[in-house]
Design a protein around this ligand. Structure first.
Ligand code: FAD
Length: 117
C-alpha cells in the first residue's frame, strides 16, 4: 500500500483537475439556475471531500471567499485563487492565474451547446 501522503496528494491532484476544468467550462453568461447549480456543487464538494481536515479547512475558505459564479472568467479566477489559498497553507508556490482558462481545456471542444450544466 502506498504511503498516506502519496495517496492524499493523488486525491488532491485528481480533485483539483476536475474542479478547475468544471470552472473553465462553465458558461460565459450563466442563467440563475446555472449559477445556483455551480454554487451548490462547490458547497457539496467541500462537504463530501474525503480528507476530513482538508474538507474542514476548505469549508472555512468557502465561507470567507464565497464562489464567484457570475461568469466563466470570474468562476475560474475564483477557483484559482482559492486553490492558491490552499497552496499557501501547505507552503506550496502560488500558481499564475492569468491563463487559467487555457490551462484547463477539457478536450470537449464543440459540445458547448449540448452541455446541460
Ligand atoms: P496540487 O495542489 O494538487 O495541484 C495540482 C496541479 O494543479 C499543479 O501541479 C498545478 O499544475 C496546478 N495548480 C496548482 N495551483 C493551482 C491553482 N491555484 N489554480 C489552478 N491550478 C493550479 N492537502 C493537505 O495536506 N491538507 C489540506 O488541508 C488539503 N486541503 C485540500 C482541499 C481541497 C479542496 C483539495 C482539492 C485538496 C486539498 N489538499 C490538502 C491536497 C493538496 O491541495 C494537493 O492536492 C496535494 O498536496 C498535492 O499537491 P501538488 O503539489 O501535487 O499540486
Amino acid at each position: 500500500k502506498m504511503a498516506n501522503e502519496t495517496l492524499k496528494a493523488q486525491l488532491g491532484n485528481a480533485a483539483w483537475k476536475l474542479f478547475h476544468t468544471i470552472l473553465a467550462r462553465y458558461p460565459d453568461k450563466p442563467s440563475q439556475q446555472e449559477q445556483s447549480t455551480l454554487n451548490t456543487y462547490i458547497q457539496l464538494f467541500g462537504q463530501v471531500y474525503p480528507c476530513g481536515d482538508c474538507a474542514r479547512h476548505f469549508q472555512h475558505l468557502l465561507k470567507k471567499f464565497p464562489p464567484q459564479v457570475g461568469s466563466r472568467k470570474t468562476a475560474a479566477l475564483w477557483g484559482c485563487d482559492i486553490h492558491n489559498k490552499v497552496n499557501e497553507k501547505l507552503h506550496k508556490s502560488q500558481y499564475d492565474c492569468t491563463t487559467i482558462l487555457e490551462d484547463y481545456d477539457c478536450g470537449c471542444g464543440g459540445d458547448e451547446q449540448e452541455k446541460d450544466f
